[in-house]
Every structure is written in structure tokens, then in C-alpha cells.
Write a protein that binds this ligand. Structure first.
Ligand code: ATP
Length: 326
């Protein structure tokens, strides 16, 4: 009920009386009062005026289940939220529930990760109170070979969500990093459990650097945050809800086509590697090539210096700029 009250307060510019809330949610005055007190404790500034009711003055960058739920505008993606103040890794929790009966679309969100993960065992720095660490659990009816394309669906959704909430354009570094000013603002890690011919579950983890003001020596050449790039603080819960809304829409298009053909054009528009020389790092093989964009299955189309056209599958490959990360 707390998130419903919050949603109601957010939607209204005027005062809402305690009685209106009681009638709407079929609860007592005391229950309404308690929920309001809890919201105040969490940091919301709520004005209470006799004979008029309650009004929300300020909602700071609060991350809580109630806050995210009050902003979520989707049918299934992120409708069910599992929230942690602190966790090892949201991907781990999502996989755990994937092994059990976790529902398609369940979203795991944490305020801090103590063992955030990147690809191939790398670490994802996940400090408390300033960024987004979330993982969506999916049970798509797809052949397993198509699942890696979901990573690109998420990359595009994050870029669109950031655009919606901040008005800023970001780029995608193939296949799944979101960059601003040639530095990484978001990383995505997809993991899955499959049989030969079907998918048990897929989890897509998203780490977005939101309100970080600085990075330590090791990361600062490569990482940035929305705060650093825009100069403004961003409400994390609003960004989570926006990413989920775009993901739901893009996922539908992906499932309808069975590939990325419906998203390819907009993805390529955001692709920072497009039309550029890139360095392809394959296990045991490194070379330069010219990148053109993705095809409908999400492979990167490149032409090598010998003139050979290649379609690069993301799996074990990394792509860099010739002179740096992008
Ligand atoms: P690739 O291009 O192969 O995906 P990557 O280096 O970008 O390479 P990821 O697995 O996506 O690899 O992310 C992990 C890497 O990202 C870490 O090794 C570290 O260099 C960097 N990193 C860790 N935490 C953060 C963060 N919060 N923001 C940006 N970059 C980070």
C-alpha cells in the first residue's frame, strides 16, 4: 500500500485527504498515517495540512521497492521486484530464482553489490547509494542460440531509458556497453541456463553508473557516470522504470521477429563503432578492421584489412577503438 500511496501523491499536484486514501485503499486512517510516516522516514518530504490532507513536496533519489514500484509503467517487465540494500550480485540472486520458480520479468535490484561481476570473471565496481545494479529474469520461448541477442535488446533499452530521463544521447559500444564521451557508463552481463533445444532462463544484469562523482585511479580512464557527464543528479528509480518500459517494448519487437531486424536500424544509429576502425580481440587472435554495424542477429559486420568481410559473434570477443577503449 505504501507504494500505491506514493504513486497517488506523485500523480497529484494538489492535497489528497487522508479520507480519500482510506476509501481508495480500503484501509484505516491509522494505516494511512503509518504509511505516510514511513515514507517521511525514508526521506520523502510530505506536507500535512489540516482539513486538506497530504502533499508530496520533494522526492529525492531514493531507491526502495515502494519507490520503484510507484514509477513502474509496464505490463510484465519489472512488475515483480525483489529489492536488496546489499547483495553479492543481482545476477546471482536472479539465477537462484531462475533455478526455482521465479517468474518471467522479475527484477532484482540492489543499492550495493559486494561481488558485482563483469564478463569472464571480471569485477564490476558497485558502490552504495549512487548507482543502479539490476537484473531481469526471463523465460523466453526461444531456441538457445538466439538468447545472446537479448543482450543487445537490453543495451538499446538502457540507451533509450537514459535519453528519456536525462535528455542525453549515449552511444553503444558493441555489443553491450553504453558509453558517453568514450567512457563506459553502463555494462551488461547476460547469463543463462539452457538445454539443447530450450532455455530454462536468461538473466540480464545491468550496472549503470548514475550519481558517482569520481572514479578511482584504475577506472577513471575508462568509466564515467551520468552525473559526471550531465552535471546533474539523476533519480535512479525513475531510470530503472524507464529502462524497463523500453525493454518491454523492444523485447516484444524482438520476439515478434525472432531476431533484431526491428531494432537493427535504431541500434546501429547509436553504435559508436559504426564506420570506425576497431581492434578485434578474439582469444588468441587480434586484428584491426573497419566496422559497419550489426546484422539482424546482432553480429558485428566488419571488413578486415585484407578486404575480407566478417560477421563477429559476441561470445568471447571484445572490441576496442584503435587508440583506446572506444
Ligand atoms: P569487453 O569490451 O570485453 O566487454 P570490458 O572491459 O568492458 O570489456 P566487462 O566485463 O563488460 O568488460 O566489464 C568489466 C570491466 O569494466 C572491468 O574489468 C573494469 O575494467 C570495468 N569496470 C568495473 N566496474 C566498472 C564501473 N562501475 N563502471 C565502468 N567500468 C567498470
Amino acid at each position: 500500500m505504501k507504494s500505491e500511496i506514493l504513486r497517488l501523491l506523485k500523480e497529484s499536484d494538489d492535497y489528497i485527504s487522508g479520507q480519500q486514501m482510506c476509501d481508495r485503499f480500503h484501509v484505516s486512517r491509522t494505516a494511512v498515517w503509518k504509511a505516510i510516516e514511513q515514507l517521511k522516514k525514508e526521506g520523502y518530504e510530505i506536507e500535512a495540512v489540516r482539513n486538506r490532507g497530504y502533499r508530496l513536496l520533494e522526492s529525492p533519489d531514493i531507491m526502495s521497492e515502494a519507490e520503484i514500484r510507484s514509477l513502474m509503467d509496464t505490463e510484465w517487465a519489472g512488475k515483480n521486484i525483489v529489492y536488496f540494500d546489499e547483495i553479492d550480485s543481482t545476477n546471482n540472486r536472479a539465477k537462484e530464482l531462475g533455478e526455482k520458480d521465479g517468474a518471467h520479468g522479475t527484477l532484482f535490484v540492489a543499492d550495493r553489490q559486494v561481488a558485482g561481476k563483469g564478463r569472464r570473471g571480471r569485477v564490476w565496481e558497485s558502490p552504495k547509494g549512487i548507482s543502479i545494479y539490476m537484473t531481469i529474469l526471463l523465460r523466453p520461448d526461444l531456441i538457445p542460440t538466439k538468447a545472446p541477442m537479448l543482450t543487445l535488446v537490453m543495451a538499446q533499452s538502457v540507451a533509450e531509458g537514459i535519453r528519456e530521463v536525462t535528455g542525453m544521447e549515449t552511444g553503444i559500444k558493441w555489443p553491450n556497453d553504453i558509453v558517453m564521451n568514450k567512457k563506459k557508463v553502463c555494462g551488461i552481463l547476460t547469463e543463462m541456463s539452457t538445454e539443447i533445444d530450450y532455455i530454462n532462463y536468461v538473466v540480464i544484469g545491468v550496472g549503470i553508473n548514475v550519481n558517482q562523482k569520481a572514479f578511482d585511479e584504475e577506472l577513471k580512464e575508462k568509466a564515467t557516470s551520468l552525473m559526471i557527464e550531465t552535471g546533474a543528479s539523476v533519480k535512479r528509480s525513475a531510470l530503472i522504470a524507464a529502462v524497463m518500459k523500453h525493454f518491454e517494448k523492444n523485447y516484444a519487437l524482438f520476439m515478434e521477429n525472432g531476431d533484431l531486424s526491428g531494432l537493427q536500424e535504431s541500434y546501429n544509429e547509436m553504435l559508436v563503432n559504426r564506420g570506425k576502425e576497431v581492434r578485434i580481440l578474439e582469444p588468441g587472435n587480434e586484428y584491426n578492421a573497419h566496422a559497419y554495424g550489426i546484422n539482424e542477429t546482432g553480429e558485428l559486420i566488419v571488413r578486415t584489412q585484407k578486404g575480407e568481410e566478417k560477421h563477429i559473434f559476441a561470445g568471447e570477443v571484445s572490441v576496442r577503438g584503435i587508440y583506446g577503449y572506444v
